[in-house]
Design a protein around this ligand. Structure first.
Ligand code: SAM
Length: 347
């Protein structure tokens, strides 16, 4: 049991103060945990094609211990990610433990997972049994040859497609498919993905390409913007807006005029949503990142390694979260690329 240290100055405010809040007044309720930075794909917008990187991951029990402390501080949603989280054999056990946790309001945690889908066909039923109820699969083309050019792994399309279908069969709901659009690679996939959403009954989400890749590919021109995406979709069938599911939802949601299919567009570059950001990240080596574009990490695992108690972890987390950046500066003259790429941060 974690006893949360009362850093709050007004005792009557203790409950509110117990919950993580940054100095800009945003409540932090969403934690992304990267459980490995290994990945079986080498997507061009994420990783370099060269091998030889040094990887870092913690024993699964350490992620669980850290997650428990975060939940005691007000985290309500945990997304497991990587690298590729399905590469960790102990993933079902971790999910089982996390799904038993309760938020400060006594509700089950909102548990989510992002995967490249390569191992999903065989693992989907076990993930469902372990307590996962929904899943996000990354797929950047519905064309096998184009997809392999992006992942740099032959045969990847068929495996991911089979994984998506297996996730649906296993009862994971919703199944979301994330597609990063990158000019020169897959901007012609917008309408094919609209058809895919309608035919496969999955939510397709287009993501604007962010400067988080290991290779230096990003330019403002390489970003396929929300405006361009909605224009292509409207040319296919008229879009109809859907209300956000939550106040801190990152995707702008649409369906079509006949109500079939759902599209989300995540536009961190052209329509930043930092003002209602509720997220922090834990990297696979146990560092807290308060923003994807942070210039530094905060070594939470160091506290644990030095024998710190859960209360010490809680104090460190609270102080770190308070320092969360107001916003990112993509596209501005003072923008500095972060010290880590997406695969080492955890998307
Ligand atoms: N391996 C898993 C996967 O493929 O989904 C989880 C990790 S991956 C880093 C998480 C998400 O980040 C994926 O949906 C991926 O498409 C997205 N991503 C990676 N690099 C990105 C970039 N430079 N811009 C936008 N999204 C990116």
């Amino acid at each position: 049991m974690v006893t949360v240290p009362a850093l709050c100055e007004k005792p009557h405010d203790a409950v509110r103060c117990k919950r993580l809040t940054d100095r800009h007044g945003r409540r932090i309720t969403d934690l992304r945990i990267s459980i490995t930075d290994r990945c079986s794909y080498k997507c061009v917008y994420c990783r370099t094609g060269n091998d030889g990187a040094v990887y870092a991951e913690l024993p699964i029990a350490e992620y669980l211990r850290i997650a428990r402390v975060f939940v005691a501080l007000g985290i309500e949603k945990i997304r497991l990610t990587g690298g590729e989280p399905l590469l960790r054999r102990e993933l079902p056990e971790l999910l089982r433990e996390l799904s038993a946790l309760r938020t400060l309001d006594g509700e089950p945690l909102d548990l989510a997972l992002t995967t490249n889908g390569h191992l999903l066909e065989e693992m989907a039923p076990r993930l469902r049994d372990a307590g996962l109820s929904r899943i996000t699969v990354s797929m950047d083309a519905v064309d096998a040859e184009k997809f392999a050019r992006i992942t740099r792994v032959p045969g990847s399309y068929q495996r991911v497609l089979s994984g998506i279908r297996a996730a649906k069969r296993a009862g994971l709901d919703p199944v979301k498919v994330n597609c990063v659009l990158l000019r020169g690679f897959n901007e012609d996939q917008i309408v094919p993905f609209a058809r895919f959403s309608r035919e496969e009954d999955v939510i397709v989400r287009f993501i604007e390409f962010m400067p988080l890749e290991e290779d230096r590919l990003w330019t403002p021109e390489s970003v396929v913007s929300l405006r361009e995406i909605t224009s292509a979709l409207n040319g296919f069938r008229p879009l109809v807006s859907l209300a956000p599911n939550t106040a801190s939802e990152t995707a702008v949601r649409y369906t079509f005029d006949d109500g079939v299919g759902e599209i989300g567009i995540i536009a961190p570059v052209t329509q930043a949503f930092c003002g209602h950001c509720s997220r922090v990240r834990l990297t696979s080596d146990g560092k807290i990142r308060t923003c994807l574009f942070s210039q530094s990490d905060h070594d939470l695992y160091g506290v644990l390694e030095r024998g710190g108690s859960d209360d010490d972890l809680a104090v460190f987390i609270r102080r770190t979260v308070e320092q969360k950046e107001a916003r990112h500066h993509i596209g501005e003259p003072d923008f500095l690329k972060p010290s880590r790429s997406m695969v080492h941060i955890g998307g």
